[in-house]
Ligand binder design. Sequence first.
Ligand code: FAD
Length: 429
Amino acid sequence: MARTPVSPALTRSMQRYSLFSLLRHGLSHHRHWQQAWRKPKLRPHYDVIIIGAGGHGLATAHYLALNHGITNVAVLERGWLGGGNIARNTVTIRSNYLRDESIPFYVKSVSLFESLTKELNINLMYSKRTMVDVVQTSSKMRDLRRRMLNMANHGSSYEPISIEELRRRIPSLTGGGPDARLPIVGAMVHTDAAVCRHDAVAWGFARSADHMGVELHENTPVQALLRGDDGRIAGVRTPFGVIQAPTVAVVVSGHTTTLTETVGLRLPVKTINLSAFVSEPIKPVIDVIVNCPDVGVYLSQSDRGELIIGGANDPGQSFRRDIKQHVFEDAVAAMLDLFPTFGRLKLMRQWGGTLDIAHDASPIVSGTSIPGLYVSAGWWGGFKAVPAGGYTLAHLIATGEPHPLIRPFSLDRFRHLDYVLESGTTTAR
Ligand SMILES: Cc1cc2nc3c(=O)[nH]c(=O)nc-3n(C[C@H](O)[C@H](O)[C@H](O)COP(=O)(O)OP(=O)(O)OC[C@H]3O[C@@H](n4cnc5c(N)ncnc54)[C@H](O)[C@@H]3O)c2cc1C
């Protein structure tokens, strides 16, 4: 795509965060830190508009500027930056997927995460934790072994461990014995899995994109997409007027169809609610991410000591951002079957988010039938995908060609029934 050079006045050098700068600013009572990002005035025209300042929108802006030199870009966010699902997830990063099309994409994303703290110069609190799958049915065990064999083809780690080893690694896992309703039959270990501070991912990409000249506009909801007489995308309508751009990317997790339907574009996604909750902080009891795929619950312990617990989604279509009582009860009951002592914990907070998902539970990173309009949607476990999602969407926008890692995730797959079926690798129901 054509680029408009951005005036050097719109870029600035990025202040380095370091122990030395922390000490230096301490001397002046931390009053002189550079603003993390500017608050520029909205202009009437850009080369690219990205709708949504979540993880994927901000990562796309970062990689557009960094890898392709495209900086005449506005990111329009209806609320505050990083206040959507990027702030609402349970921070699990992993690449244990099933399909040949998916594994390389998530392997790339995990590898990008590993160097992100350095690249963005912000402490993401990235912590390689290992994920342990607690398996309670032989059909799931067969499914995971199949995954293991395919993951080995793509350089991702997954291996079985014995039940004795499982109980040694997770001493608080006292349920699931031979007399239990669903006894544990085995376990799998994914050593590449990690956790990381989700807000910092949004802040890091935002700060970096801003310093390369991208404009970030909070409190700027897009009300509708606009098409020109030639049928191409022409810009967006906001409460502050029409903003024109020949390229628009819709990156609004959970609200994609609300926007695309304003130009008559229907997408094969539905919006659902996924929720999570945390316990009071306790002493360290679990140093891995525990996933129990048969009963649909997973948990890890945060650096503050809280247990972060997630379950399956609410099966109905929904835009709610809280948690439904029966979904909550199902997750708690499943957890207590395996970790009965956690019944004494107080729960501190619960929340939910809106995700839009496709039939095959795989993402959509794609151009559309409207020239100049791109979508990044269908992110079920999309936090782990933020770096690779932004990297590949930026490539698609800049070159007009899908990056090989996202070629299988175009909208065309629904026309040709080339589904990338991954529902077994999520907590979907
Ligand atoms: C409870 C829960 C647990 C999860 N756990 C995990 C996990 O452990 N691991 C994992 O990988 N993933 C997880 N996820 C999924 C992950 O959070 C999402 O897939 C991912 O964050 C989505 O991408 P995003 O960050 O760009 O979305 P968001 O942060 O939601 O960004 C979209 C942005 O678009 C904005 N927007 C919407 N409409 C408009 C409009 N009209 N105009 C302007 N702006 C608009 C929103 O305000 C929002 O800020 C979880 C999600 C939830 C809800």
